[in-house]
Design a protein around this ligand. Structure first.
Ligand code: F6R
Length: 363
């Protein structure tokens, strides 16, 4: 039941304030800043390193989590796509927690990577949307994301719920390890509780995003750029766009622009820049100027302050101001809606894109 929406994907994008709210309430109950883990406790003081493994969108959730765990809890994190990890047969040092992220819990390569780590890693953890799935069952501890059934092949609400759970785990790790002050933990918990409301504000930009998407639908190639926590989201935005609109898109770290991709830029190539007004904003804006100097069409996604400071660009999408830690969850909305409305403008089969399956249980 699409509940009045044209596609499941649109319905699932719109559901995010509710389902992310359910995840926040489950991991941060009772108004304080204590994280409770519905999947059972972990003592992060015993963990010296983490290895995170997943495919596709779940891989980009892991890449985002690396920034959180390293910055907040000072735990070194390696992230890999499951199909590479499993055949590389990497060494697993003592005191490693291996974490697998999978919406379906049945992705063949991710499951094989988990089985490779069983008996080698100190802990096998997973973050899934299906409690009875193979990945959930074969983990020492599994953390539910509360997204509800996701039908659209392009993952949307599962991604933001995965991010919510991974940030909760990182905050729990930071508390265990004493790497954040009480004040920082309180602020971070408050920021997480503000997410559902901010997602609603982000969704109010739908008409603006739709108008930009119509212009994007005429492009052959599109670049997505981001720094820090926006870097994994640049990849996710590009993946979402290519899988449902069939427009070629690539995500890059903004700082990598001058190491190659800048050669692609001309007046036909839209460049979507994800740049909230945080510590890295000035660096992102200087990359934006490099793009504009080569006649690239910049679509800037930032908050009011960031947009006002940037001057005249080809297109702007305004996001609410938010605590920098939760920005990837909020900025997922424009990334998803751009892909969705571009695909709708092109008339593709949004919920069932060609060549793709919802659950990849074969290699
Ligand atoms: C992209 C998408 C895929 C999946 C990937 C992993 O929108 O849906 O990239 O994220 O196939 O699937 P799960 O999370 O079920 O392991």
């Amino acid at each position: 039941d699409k509940a009045g929406f044209d596609h499941y994907m649109a319905k699932e994008i719109a559901e995010q304030p509710g389902v992310v709210g359910a995840a926040v309430n489950s991991y941060l109950p009772a108004g304080g800043d204590l994280v409770e883990l519905p999947g059972g406790n972990i003592d992060f003081t015993k963990i010296e390193r983490m290895t995170m493994v997943a495919c596709g969108t779940a891989f980009y959730a892991c890449l985002t989590a690396k920034y959180w765990f390293e910055k907040l809890a000072r735990i070194p994190v390696e992230v890999d796509v499951a199909s590479e990890f499993r055949y590389r047969e990497p060494p697993i040092p003592a005191q490693t927690a291996a974490l697998f992220v999978s919406q379906s819990g049945e992705t063949a390569d991710t499951l094989a990577a988990l089985r490779y780590c069983a008996g080698k890693a100190d802990k096998i953890l997973s973050v899934t949307n299906v409690a009875e799935s193979s990945i959930a069952r074969e983990s020492d501890q599994t953390y539910p994301i509360f997204a509800g059934v996701e039908i659209g092949v392009a993952s949307t609400k599962a991604f933001t719920c995965q991010l919510t759970v991974l940030l909760s785990l990182a905050l729990k790790a930071a508390r265990d390890r004493g790497t954040m002050s009480e004040q920082e933990l309180t602020d971070a918990a408050a920021a997480m509780r503000s997410v559902p409301g901010l997602l609603n504000v982000a969704l109010e930009q739908t008409d603006v995003i739709k108008a930009h998407a119509r212009k994007l639908s005429e492009a052959r190639d599109i670049l997505f750029l981001g720094r820090g926590l926006m870097y994994p989201l640049a990849h996710e935005g590009a993946l979402k766009l290519k899988e449902i609109s069939y427009i070629h898109a690539e995500g890059y770290a903004s700082g990598e622009l001058k190491h190659g991709p800048i050669a692609l830029i001309d007046k036909k190539v839209p460049v979507v820049i994800l740049a909230p007004s945080d510590d890295l904003y000035d660096k992102s804006i200087s990359n934006m100027q490099e793009v504009m100097a080569r006649s690239g069409k910049v679509l800037l996604i930032s908050d009011r302050k960031g947009l006002d400071h940037a001057g005249d660009v080809w297109g702007q999408i305004a996001m609410p101001e938010c605590h920098p830690l939760v920005s990837p969850i909020i900025y997922s909305i424009p990334a998803q809606l751009l892909a969705y409305h571009t695909a709708v403008a092109k008339g593709t089969d949004v919920d069932q894109p060609r060549n793709l399956a919802k659950s990849v249980t074969v290699e």
